[in-house]
Design a protein around this ligand. Structure first.
Ligand code: SF4
Length: 350
């Protein structure tokens, strides 16, 4: 059966920073789709570019100067269309990135405001920083429901909180964020995110700061959400076990690039021979006795070839000519099975 049309379409997304005289390509040409009603995961270790990708999609980067380019379509809206007008990038000589940050943010925010809550909602790893501290949860939920033109009376709010497994919805609704525990805040954040009945939920490490029991609860909720509603989920996490549980397709990032993408059972569960060496190392690192080498900085100095070159064990077994290619040319995504791509010269027929 053909996949439904994507609710989120990311094409050639690039996010560069200029830090200490060095151009850092935090996200470098990332493309993927989240089809309507489907769950897709972005996975990779810290520094792989997954959170920067999510923040770039939502225009929430707080580091300036920086540049974000490419296309981010949410339904019919391209959030990044023509924003190049507010960015300049010079790569020759001393690389410089300049950005009219204020104007860039203004235009991006206007576009996002038109679809936030109704089409797209987000859940972050630190819910308290996303909840308004001087307003009760009831006030915040009512506002979100009103924007979505959904019923916003007390019964509707309590029903939503009961769906989130709150045994005392009235007490929770009348609480200020500082009165909620970490787990309650995360579930409240999820409630706010879902109040507008969005078509796409972006969840960035939604259980990282929670204790094991609360993690399980939030996971159960997300699992029910994926199974019982038509909301599409973009889950960002380094937790591969959570990926296996919740998503249908996974996109593996390393060094700000997509190294592998495909159905989760092909990429993470079966992990075939033709999988990417980085994915194999990630899976192996689930073994507590295994260690991963430190990630090299994704800077202008190591831009030409494969970003995984310095850590790749496979390259040592390759002929000299192919190793040179690994070092000098960035491998493009290559189809290895239906809906499954791997960006590695050793997996390519080219
Ligand atoms: S392209 Fe070369 S260096 Fe990169 S992962 Fe493949 S074999 Fe390793």
């Amino acid at each position: 059966m053909q996949d439904p049309a994507p609710i989120l379409r990311v094409r050639n997304l690039r996010t560069y920073f200029h830090a200490d005289g060095t151009l850092v390509r935090a996200v470098d040409g990332v493309s993927f789709d989240v089809p309507a009603g489907r769950a897709v995961g972005l996975a990779g270790e810290s520094g792989s570019g997954k959170t920067q990708t999510a923040l770039s999609i939502l225009g929430l980067l707080d580091t300036a100067p920086g540049i974000v380019s490419g296309d981010v379509w949410i339904n019919q809206t391209n959030l990044l269309a023509d924003l190049d007008a507010y960015c300049t990038l010079t790569l020759n000589g001393n690389p410089t990135v300049k950005k009219e940050v204020v104007r860039w943010r203004q235009v991006h925010e206007e576009r996002l405001r038109a679809i936030r809550g109704r089409l797209v909602s987000m859940v972050f790893q630190e819910p308290k920083s996303s909840l308004i501290p001087y307003r009760t949860l009831r006030q915040q939920m009512r506002e979100t429901l009103n924007v979505a033109q959904a019923p916003s009376d007390d019964d509707a709010i309590h029903a939503l909180l009961e769906d989130l497994q709150f045994a005392q919805p009235r007490r929770i609704a009348d609480s200020y964020p500082h009165e909620l525990s970490g787990g309650e805040s995360q579930r409240a954040m999820l409630g706010l995110a879902l109040a507008g009945n969005p078509q796409l939920l972006i969840a960035d490490e939604p259980t990282t700061l929670l204790d094991a029991l609360t993690q399980r609860r939030v996971l159960d909720l997300l699992q029910k959400l994926v199974a019982n509603t038509r909301v599409a989920l973009l889950l960002i996490t380094h937790n591969l076990a959570m990926m296996r549980l919740l998503v249908e397709d996974v996109v593996i990032l390393f060094g700000g690039t997509v190294v592998e993408a495909g159905p989760v059972e092909d990429v993470l569960t079966n992990a075939p021979e033709h999988g990417h060496p980085y994915t194999k190392d990630l899976l192996q690192a689930l073994d507590p006795s295994a260690t991963l080498a430190a990630t090299p900085l994704n800077t202008e100095k190591n831009l030409a070839g494969c970003r995984y070159f310095h850590r790749c064990r496979l390259k040592d077994a390759l002929p000299e000519s192919m190793r040179t290619r690994c070092l000098e040319e960035q491998p493009p995504p290559h189809p290895v099975a239906e809906g499954h791509t791997v960006a590695c010269w050793a997996r390519s027929d080219a």
